[in-house]
Ligand binder design. Structure first.
Ligand code: HEC
Length: 153
């Protein structure tokens, strides 16, 4: 239930911003709409740090993998550290430079991702397994949603 509410709230916040960006995008590329396989993701340009952005993304995947491993090893403290300081609000200063060039909808998704990761860190610290699995799914849901909406190349 809690997950359902989080999902609905996330969509309510994120979809209007995305709709506005997609509309802009459609104007410049109206042909794409009529092609069934067309890529509807919004292209975001990072003039100075596309490589840094993608490297951060690969690190995100590696961190999620390490969190799964640590949970499987019942090493909740380590999983919580990664969730808070690599993915969560505890490490957000490192990612500020990336947020500058993001459209609003993407920046909101980035924040939803950092917040979901910090919630995951909390349930890990409480060793609450049901909440942890729920929160882990919320984190990966933010990965999936952002990837469905944006591209950088
Ligand atoms: C704020 C939006 C956003 C969030 C949140 C996000 N990503 Fe990404 N990610 C992107 C975009 C945009 C790309 C580039 C996709 C493209 O251009 O095709 C990307 C690319 C990637 C890549 C490919 C990197 C490469 O070198 O090609 C990986 C791996 C990745 N993301 C993992 C993750 C994981 C794992 C998470 C969650 C833990 C995550 N991302 C969360 C937006 C996001």
């Amino acid at each position: 239930m809690q997950r359902y509410i989080v999902s609905v709230l996330m969509l309510a916040v994120l979809i209007p911003a995305h709709a506005a960006e997609t509309k802009q995008h459609d104007k410049s590329n109206s042909v794409a709409k009529h092609q069934p396989d067309a890529d509807a993701r919004v292209l975001v340009k990072f003039p100075d740090h596309a490589q840094h952005f993608l490297a951060t993304m690969r690190q995100n995947l590696s961190d999620i993998n390490d969190i799964h491993r640590a949970i499987a090893d019942a090493n909740f403290e380590r999983a919580a550290q990664i969730a808070e300081f690599n993915l969560g609000l505890g490490g957000i200063k490192t990612h500020n430079a990336l947020a500058v060039d993001m459209p609003d909808g993407m920046r909101n998704m980035g924040m939803a991702f950092h917040q979901a990761s910090s919630q995951l860190a909390q349930s890990l610290q409480q060793k609450d397994m049901a909440k942890t699995l729920d929160n882990l799914a919320n984190v990966s849901q933010t990965c999936v949603m952002c990837h469905a909406m944006y591209r950088v190349r």
